[in-house]
Every structure is written in structure tokens, then in C-alpha cells.
Write a new protein. Structure first.
Length: 304
């Protein structure tokens, strides 16, 4: 799948504070290209196009999906990264996981981060990727290209997953032609100490009813079919492509995730610093190497 750029929701990027690079929270979307400079990711031209002026906060983006299968548009799992390289170390779904070991890629039971010894200190997080096409004039000529929204937010992952399945069921499976909108929503909880937290939602476009959206989706789907487009074959090709990769995320993508989503701890040391932490305990990579050397990977010790 060709990515045209990224959509960031709920945080602006990374800022330097006291010599440390830390994620900066935000209350709007930012659309970036695949190019970086010294200050971070360069904004995509669509970011400015979707704002009425520079003072406008971008909190909704008109989108369409590439696939009819909800699981192809949103891939979510527990992921553990090597924070020094961005290389994925372990990916699981709460039942099974694939883990990179010195003996190669291996499969183990996945007890979820709360019950996994290798996930101590927040090493393993829920990680979701939603691929969308931004549905505005000038979004580009690559109709199979997409922008990816990456998030480790449980609220965003849960909401997007539920919305995709609801829309899939209500439209009779016509997700790829349904006119939708990404929205950034805020809420406060006791865990957030009443401060607002932001999550990403997928909704119908403003002033559009579900019946109108489904009618539009059906007309568009039939027009594509008449033109010779085979959506089922496209979904199957994507499904086969995802299945070929042992781990979906590349080191380049993983490096961006590590910097954006893994802040430093209160002592100022990054939790992912490798070797031994400031309490003298072995870190994640050292644990994996010790286990690989002993060739002991019991199911209870596998990660999410």
C-alpha cells in the first residue's frame, strides 16, 4: 500500500524541553508529508488547504476508505518496539504473538501487556494504523494511495474499530465508497484528572444522514463496478500482502512511532534506554537475548 503521508490527531509532534525530545499534545489534526527536516515532519499541502485560515483548528477531515473489509483499513495489535532503532520486536493480539528472536521469527502465546513480564515499564502498547484517502479536490492522482493515522490511544482504537464495523454492517459492506469524516473529539475522565483528552472518531459527514450516505455509497460502488473495478480482488490482494510480512511496520515507520508515542519518565531517562535502567534491572533487549541463548521461551513469558 502506497502511503501519501500521515494524519496526526491529538498531538502536534515532538518538542525539545530541557534538552529532551518529548511528545507535544494538541487538540487538532495535522496532515504531514513523508518528508522530514530538522523540525520534524513537513506539513502536506492538504493541511493548509483544509484550513480556512491559519488560525483555524483542523478537527475534521473528509475521508474515504480503500477497502470494504474493516480489518484491512484498521490494523490494531499490541506492539513492542526497540526504541533505539524503531525495529518492531513483538506483535500480538492478546492470544498469540510473533516475536523477533536471535533464532528468527517465532510465535508464542500473548497474555496482553498487563500479564507479560517483557512488557514491564510500558514497553508494549496498543498500536493502531488507520489508512484513509482524504476526499478533497487536489488530494492527488493516486487513487490507491493513502494517509495513515497512527495511534497508541485505546479510546481511538476502540472507537474506530466499532465505527468501522457499524458502518460495514449498516451499508451492506460498502465501506470503500461510503463518504465519511475523521473527527477529533474531547472528553475528560477521573483518570485524566478532569483535563480534556482527545481521541479520533469516524463519523458520517456533517449534515448527511445514514440513508443518504448509503445511497451515495451504492451509486458510487455500482459506477466503479461498471467501469471494471474489482473491489473484492483489491481487498484480497491487500489481505495477501499483509499476510506476507512477518511484522508490518518497517524500522523507518517504527522510529517515528517511538519518538511520537514513547515519552521519557519522571527521572528524565527514556524508558526505552537499553542496557540496564537506573535501578540496575535488565532491559527488554537483554531479557530477549538471555531467553534466546537459553532457548527457553515458555508461553507465560511471551509478550503482546
Amino acid at each position: 500500500m502506497a502511503n501519501s503521508g500521515a494524519v496526526w490527531g491529538g498531538h502536534r509532534g515532538v518538542v525539545e524541553k530541557n534538552g529532551k525530545r518529548l511528545p507535544e499534545k494538541d487538540d487538532e489534526f495535522t496532515i504531514t508529508s513523508q518528508v522530514q527536516n530538522r523540525d520534524g515532519w513537513v506539513n502536506h499541502p492538504l493541511d493548509e488547504q483544509l484550513r480556512k485560515d491559519k488560525s483555524t483548528k483542523l478537527r475534521s477531515i473528509p475521508v474515504r476508505l480503500l477497502f470494504d473489509d474493516p480489518d484491512l483499513s484498521l490494523r490494531a495489535n499490541y506492539t513492542m518496539f526497540d526504541r533505539s532503532t524503531g525495529r518492531p520486536l513483538c506483535v500480538g493480539n492478546g492470544e498469540t504473538c510473533k516475536r523477533a528472536t536471535l533464532s528468527g521469527m517465532q510465535s508464542f502465546a500473548c497474555p496482553s501487556p498487563q500479564a507479560c513480564p517483557l512488557a514491564e515499564g510500558g514497553n508494549c502498547k496498543p498500536y493502531g494504523r488507520l489508512n484513509v484517502r482524504i476526499d478533497v479536490e487536489g488530494a492527488g492522482s493516486d487513487e490507491l494511495g493513502s494517509f495513515v493515522l497512527r495511534t497508541t490511544g485505546f479510546n481511538s482504537i476502540r472507537t474506530l474499530s466499532a465505527r468501522l464495523r457499524y458502518f460495514h454492517a449498516a451499508s451492506g459492506g460498502l465501506l470503500s465508497t461510503l463518504p465519511l469524516e475523521l473527527r477529533l473529539r474531547g472528553k475528560s475522565t477521573t483518570l485524566s484528572h478532569r483535563a480534556p483528552i482527545y481521541y479520533v472518531d469516524l463519523s458520517l459527514r456533517a449534515e448527511t444522514t445514514l440513508a443518504q450516505a448509503i445511497t451515495s455509497a451504492r451509486v458510487e460502488w455500482e459506477a466503479r463496478k461498471a467501469a471494471g473495478m474489482d473491489q473484492a480482488a483489491l481487498d484480497e490482494a491487500a489481505r495477501a500482502g499483509f499476510a506476507l510480512g512477518e511484522l508490518e511496520e518497517s524500522e523507518e515507520d517504527g522510529a517515528a512511532v517511538v519518538e511520537e508515542f514513547y515519552p521519557t519518565n519522571v527521572e528524565g531517562q527514556d524508558i526505552g534506554d537499553y542496557g540496564r535502567d537506573n535501578r540496575g534491572k535488565p532491559d527488554l533487549v537483554e531479557k530477549l537475548r538471555m531467553k534466546a541463548t537459553k532457548n527457553q521461551f515458555p508461553a507465560a513469558d511471551s509478550s503482546a
